[in-house]
Write a protein that binds this ligand. Sequence first.
Ligand SMILES: Nc1nc2c(ncn2[C@@H]2O[C@H](COP(=O)(O)OP(=O)(O)OP(=O)(O)O)[C@@H](O)[C@H]2O)c(=O)[nH]1
Ligand SMILES: Nc1nc2c(ncn2[C@@H]2O[C@H](COP(=O)(O)OP(=O)(O)OP(=O)(O)O)[C@@H](O)[C@H]2O)c(=O)[nH]1
Ligand SMILES: [Mg+2]
Ligand SMILES: [Mg+2]
Lengths: 293, 277
Amino acid sequence: NLEDRFGDILKKVRGQGTLSEANIKDALREVRLSLLEADVHFSVVKSFIAEVKERALGNEVLASLSPGQDFVRIVADELTKVMGSAAAEIDLRAKPPLKILLMGLQGAGKTTTAGKLARLLKEKHQKEVLLVPADLQRPAAIHQLQTLARQVGVDAFDTQVGMPVSKVCQQALAQVDRRGQDVAIFDTAGRLAIDLELMEELREAKQLIEPTYTLLVVDAMTGQDAVNVAAEFKAQVGIDGVILTKLDGDARGGAALSVRQVTGAPIYFTGTGEKLDGLELFHPERVAQRILG
Amino acid sequence: LLRSGNGLDADTREELEALLITSDLGLQTTQSLLDAVEKNLSKEELKNPRLIKERLKTQMLELIRTTPAPWPEATPTVVMVVGVNGAGKTTTIGKLAARYAQRGKKVLLAAGDTFRAAAVEQLEIWGERAHVDVMKGDEGSDPASVIFSAVEKAKNERYDLLLCDTAGRLQNKVNLMNELSKVHRVIGKAMPSAPHEVLLVLDATTGQNAVSQAQKFSEAVPVQSLALTKLDGSAKGGIILAISDQLDLPVRLVGLGEGIDDLRDFDPHNFVHSLFE
Ligand SMILES: Nc1nc2c(ncn2[C@@H]2O[C@H](COP(=O)(O)OP(=O)(O)OP(=O)(O)O)[C@@H](O)[C@H]2O)c(=O)[nH]1
Ligand SMILES: Nc1nc2c(ncn2[C@@H]2O[C@H](COP(=O)(O)OP(=O)(O)OP(=O)(O)O)[C@@H](O)[C@H]2O)c(=O)[nH]1
Ligand SMILES: [Mg+2]
Ligand SMILES: [Mg+2]
């Protein structure tokens, strides 16, 4: 478990009569090093270390029999606070149609994730799904999602090149109503959080769709910019949840901690492969261990 | 060597650490740059913020001053484009195709991603936009054979430039990295001097994993230069300093948007300047 990961850190504090500023200094530096290497944002690390230090030097560790263990427990506890302690799940009992809007930076994995979600909802939850290609920008994006829809065996809205995004959203919603489908998943174009025009387009789409879940798709290898991306998408559009992709790679995934800290939104799923079965529930403790290295 | 009192004061050091780390230079490269600043400036100079900044910029430029060699002229010059999923390979190839077509070169694109949905269609659209030919194989065919055929065609029909697109892959996937090595070997079989360039595409929003990408891709194929994409975003792309520090790979190209003209040659001075904005 998480506390087993702290072997090295524990050695630095072991055998001390009590936790003092001096003997936890090395251990704190170790934790800071580990989090920064994992791409957790500089300021998220700073406030995390401050929290740990305050608790470690506070009342709960005074005259402890095993101060090293207490230090480790505090770090694990603080990490769990940010990452969450239990897997968060999408509420499938909500009144249909369940509408999911996917957004995020270019190349994060939105289109592939849309296909994976469709497959999960169809195979595991027997839902009727409509995949909506609402990326009118990227070459062959419509074709890409329609191909995935075929592979999964779900319906795809027949988006035409040149249609405005608003029209796609309206007509797709009308189709879901007519056909009585349970779920509609809207795939959007990748966009920079600093692109005002495209963020406005996204806001308009959200207003039209009124999604049950607006999900930010984040690449697990994202660096310090994760904080800017999460903050901007939250401020300009609103985030109901996050999907972290490409966790089958060897990136430590510190972006997850930064995004959690900045948005407080649950991470619902992780992408764990290129194929359509590569989607799992987010396990906070597993990802916390990975971030700590 | 510990010279007491001959370093940056703690607040200044923390401020500079924050600037460099949040630009994705990584802790290791940040610390070695700041240590070098302390070594190279006098005690008095270390109290002057402008001098500290100038020294830091000079050192950064030293790290990234290797300019990549120009592509050798051959018939065709073969460039193999590699990188992780979603980095911007296909788009970068489209931009390069347009650049060289506009210069009157005869360009061929090889649709070497035979796996991902609509990968070939995406490259074909870029081919149309750039007014260049695209060579593709049958659906689901082996990438190595598609690229082999493309090299053959490029030689026989006397193209100036062949750009080979490959499927995205994560560097820890041994079988996919082996596939990449195989594609590289097969290119060499079709034309002994080829590929003349292996270009690794990195997304500027990537964190320290970029170093592992550069390392592992270089183990599979002889990566010669980098293309840094999505630098039009808020990410600073400091990973290239970490990579230069550890692997000495030059940056050739920068992607500044999703349009066909959004490609620039890497300019170290502009890059370092923008880190301090
Ligand atoms: N290994 C791995 N690859 C993934 C995962 N999710 C997506 N990918 C790959 O990442 C690349 C980008 O995925 P897309 O679905 O096209 O990303 P996108 O966000 O829709 O991209 P844009 O529409 O251009 O913004 C593709 O090569 C996908 O196969 C994952 O969890 N693991
Ligand atoms: N803003 C911006 N977006 C870019 C840039 N380069 C590529 N993109 C976008 O990034 C996304 C992924 O680009 P692709 O060219 O499909 O990436 P890829 O490496 O070929 O992806 P896979 O083949 O799936 O591994 C697309 O939405 C591109 O438009 C850039 O320089 N700036
Ligand atoms: Mg997409
Ligand atoms: Mg591609």
